[in-house]
Design a protein around this ligand. Structure first.
Ligand code: TXA
Ligand code: MG
Length: 340
């Protein structure tokens, strides 16, 4: 299959027919990658089980890992999910559209292919205008995981999507780099208090300001226990190079780079602005952004990991962001990427 790249310019007259073309592919049961404000998603008609099965095939995603359903309006959340609490309504009003996914009891129309056999579904309203237009023109909810091969870093550009999925999907809507760069926050509303399944674009502090303290998952589960978010425990978001985390100080960064250069032939550095580097022609550097500017660092995280990987480094050294605000999402992705 030839994957079409539909390049958008931001000019409505130019873009509209291309997004409508993509919507026609969705309606016909095909696969279209599209930008959201977080990362690119790999979309199919959520009400067409055969189309949804093709997502799993293209991604190489295990059948037990459920997909997020993307809708355009708050009313659609009610159409596809049930048993909303007052807290759910408050969260919808506060953060949707936006980078928040709520896990809620599903209604019958959402098939178990989408939810991997669960009776809950993850649902969100993306903020990106292209995502919203695609959902509207498709006139159906769109099931979409991140548009990468299973376990790889999420795609923040159409090039990343094509690198992983060219020839396996019908089209990608190319609207440039995604503004946030990390995935949505996932909150399970079926527990009391709600459980934070994945830190993401909406910081936990902002959610807790509305719903009070949330439950946070530990990292370990008893054997045989079913995982609340199956994709969230395994090694994930990982480039082919080894990710080496270090304490967030210029000294620790320098020391870890020296040590890593003594053990690997080619080393990559996710470098915060101005942090000192050891002298070496075996070092490849990604200029990441100012330490503490989490918006910029989030936007460029997966870009950097993929860029260094494509230069063929064997290990990537990266300082570990703190456990607060948006930095928590970066920290989570890096910890998973570094898991062996
Ligand atoms: O920002 C995002 O959320 C992006 C964009 C494309 O929307 N999507 C995304 O999807 O990151 P994905 O499939 O790569 O990650 C979704 C995670 C998976 O780990 C999955 O296990 C979990 O959400 N999930 C989905 N439905 C669930 C459910 N019903 N219960 C628990 N976890 C669920
Ligand atoms: Mg993913």
């Amino acid at each position: 299959m030839l994957t079409q790249r539909l390049v958008l310019t931001g000019d409505e007259a130019h873009d509209k027919p291309l997004i409508q073309q993509a919507a026609a592919i969705i309606r016909a049961g095909g696969l279209v990658a599209f930008p959201t404000e977080t990362v690119y998603g790999l979309g199919a008609d959520a009400l067409d089980s055969a189309a949804v099965r093709r997502i799993y095939l293209a991604k190489g995603r295990p059948a037990w890992d459920p997909l997020i359903v993307h809708v355009a309006e708050p009313e659609d959340i009610h159409r596809y999910t049930r048993d909303h609490s007052v807290l759910t309504e408050k969260l919808i009003r506060a953060f949707m559209p936006g980078p928040l996914t709520l896990v809620l009891p599903k209604r019958e129309v959402i098939s178990e292919v989408v939810t991997a056999g669960r009776d809950t579904v993850g649902i969100r309203i993306p903020q990106h205008p292209v995502a919203r237009a695609l959902i509207r023109y498709s006139m159906t909810p769109i099931a979409a995981p991140s548009a990468n091969k299973f376990g790889r870093p999420s795609p923040t550009t159409a090039d990343h999507v094509l690198h992983d999925l060219s020839g396996e999907i019908d089209a990608v809507l190319d609207a440039g780099a995604t503004p946030l760069g990390v995935e949505s926050t996932i909150l399970d509303m079926t527990t009391d208090p709600p459980t934070l399944l994945r830190p993401g674009g909406v910081p936990r502090e902002a959610i807790e300001a509305i719903v009070g303290a949330v439950r946070v998952l530990g990292r370990t589960f008893d054997e045989g226990e079913s995982l609340p978010a199956p994709g969230l425990t395994a090694r994930h978001y990982a480039p082919s190079a080894r990710v080496m985390l270090c304490a967030p100080s210029p000294e620790a960064f320098y020391g870890t780079l020296k040590d890593t250069l003594s053990r690997y032939a080619f080393v990559g550095a996710m470098r915060p602005d101005g942090w000192k580097l050891p002298e070496s022609n075996r070092l490849r550097v990604f200029e990441w952004g100012a330490w503490g500017d989490w918006e910029t660092l989030a936007q460029r995280l997966f870009l950097g990991l993929r860029a260094l990987e494509s230069l063929g480094v064997h290990a990537i050294v990266c300082p570990l962001p703190p456990e607060a605000g948006l930095a928590r999402a970066l920290r989570d992705r890096l910890e998973r990427a570094s898991t062996e």
